[in-house]
Design a protein around this ligand. Structure first.
Ligand code: NI
Length: 176
């Protein structure tokens, strides 16, 4: 499999809804591993399939200190089955698809979820704090949602304008 390339805003695939995986076969398992590799390479704590141009419901997450792959969570068809929307957590989120941009996002602190692991086994997981925040961020990606969508329109537009300006500067730079 070729190396995965991380897509950035305004790539359309980031705004598309990913499709459920029918079953975790060898190809899907290999893709899950590749996704985790791309996450570590980009120094991210999570990465969703959309971000590498694939519309399959797969995410990779690692909020551990080790970051050596031993604690990587590779998930197909992740689904939140319980949360308490009144008990929230705020984290200064970033995203490999919006490099260099950060903003505080409020999300439910605790979630319970199900997913299929890389062996196709159904797993259940309870998460809170940073891990929960990160999983929710990646799940959003599978639904075409970005962290800036959780901000006020003013803050969101500020970031989008900066990205557009950076893009123009990069393009004029590449003409020289
Ligand atoms: Ni992201």
């Amino acid at each position: 499999m070729v190396k995965l390339i991380i897509q950035t805003v305004p790539s359309e695939v980031l705004r598309s809804v990913a499709h459920p995986i029918a079953r975790v076969d060898k190809n899907v398992a290999a893709f899950m591993e590749k996704l985790a590799e791309a996450m570590y390479e980009g120094n991210g704590i999570g990465l969703a399939a959309n971000q590498v141009g694939s519309l399959s419901r797969v995410i990779a997450v690692d909020t551990s200190d080790e970051r050596d792959g031993s604690k990587a969570l590779l998930m197909a068809n992740p689904e939140i089955i319980w949360t308490d929307p009144k008990d929230v957590f705020v984290y200064n989120e970033g995203c490999l698809s919006l490099p260099g941009h950060y903003a505080e996002v409020t999300r439910p602190k605790r979630i319970r979820m199900t997913y299929w692991d890389q062996h196709g086994k159904k797993q259940e997981l309870e998460a809170e704090g940073l891990l929960s925040q990160c999983i929710q961020h990646e799940l959003d990606h599978l639904n075409g949602v970005l962290f800036i969508d959780h901000l006020s329109r003013l803050k969101r537009n500020m970031i989008l304008r900066k990205i557009e300006k950076e893009r123009r500067e990069r393009e004029s730079g590449s003409l020289l």
